[in-house]
Design a binder for this molecule. Structure first.
Ligand SMILES: Nc1ncnc2c1ncn2[C@@H]1O[C@H](COP(=O)(O)OP(=O)(O)OP(=O)(O)O)[C@@H](O)[C@H]1O
Length: 255
């Protein structure tokens, strides 16, 4: 099977002569279609920089990023923007919903821009909001719904165009533990039902335990990799805790 994401020897430097930070240091890995992969690591290890470089928000200094067969590191700014709109989905810690649009309009927006007809949009939005259990809030505005519901709306918005790859950056960061669990179960379900490939950055062991594989980053390099395989979620969680301890990471969740 061909990889959906190929990361080849990427490096990212910040600053200029005399004051250079090497945030990503010769990092390579691949992600297969349908994987739910986690990126973990201590503060300052390069997680956000990596996510930004993979998701066309920032550029690598050297190396290549290939998504769905397309070398995105060779695209110009306009090409990157188009690629981002057409092939990628994003879920951020702070939701980024548009306050003046209803939940339905927030989710439907990308499809409207793509020129999908109204009745088809209705079918797609109905289907995904049923899976995410947010159908009852479709006519509400973001300020009228809870944080957990907002994040599931953001999740529906990210997935509605059936992107090649969805990037989630600390998606449970602003949620309480119950809302986090509901969101993560939803992500797991969408990953399985729609075969959506998800790459999620988190510092939280419980959140990470929903993924199938985790790359641990330290000083911009891959420090360790663990695969859930046939482990239960709890066994995987314990394994994550062990690696986190080795890494000197912070753990703030227990089952
Ligand atoms: N715009 C920038 N200019 C200069 N240095 C930067 C910039 N962005 C990040 N860095 C540096 O690159 C390194 C990696 O930072 P990054 O934000 O990717 O880490 P992180 O793992 O996401 O951390 P955290 O978990 O605290 O968000 C750090 O040393 C950081 O100070």
């Amino acid at each position: 099977m061909s990889s959906i994401l190929q990361v080849r020897n990427i490096e990212k430097y910040f600053g200029n002569k005399g004051n250079v930070t090497k945030a990503i240091d010769d990092l390579s890995f691949e992600v297969e279609p349908g994987e739910f992969i986690g990126i973990m690591g201590p503060s300052g290890s390069g997680k956000t920089t990596l996510l930004n470089c993979l998701s066309t928000i920032d550029r690598v200094t050297t190396g290549d990023v290939i998504i769905n067969g397309k070398k995105i590191t060779s695209l110009n700014r306009r090409g990157m923007e188009k690629f981002r709109r057409q092939e990628l989905g994003f879920i951020f810690q702070d939701f980024y919903l548009l306050d003046t649009l209803t939940v339905y309009e927030n989710i439907a927006l990308a499809l409207t821009i793509q020129g999908v007809n109204t009745s088809e949009i209705q079918l797609i939005v109905n289907d995904i909001t049923e899976k995410l259990e947010i159908k009852s809030v479709l006519s509400k505005f973001p300020y009228e719904i809870s944080g957990g519901q907002k994040q599931r709306v953001a999740c529906a918005r990210a997935m509605v165009t059936q992107p090649t790859l969805v990037f989630a950056d600390e998606p449970t960061g602003a949620l309480d533990s119950k809302s986090s669990r509901i969101l993560l179960e939803s992500l797991e379900k969408l990953n399985q039902d729609l075969n959506t490939t998800i790459l999620m950055v988190t510092h939280d062991a419980y959140t990470a335990s929903y993924t199938n594989r985790i790359l641990f980053i330290k000083d911009g390099k891959i420090f360790n990799e663990i695969v859930k395989g046939t482990d239960t979620q709890y066994e995987f969680f314990k394994c994550i805790m062990e690696v986190n301890t080795l890494l000197g990471g912070d753990i703030n969740h227990v089952f």
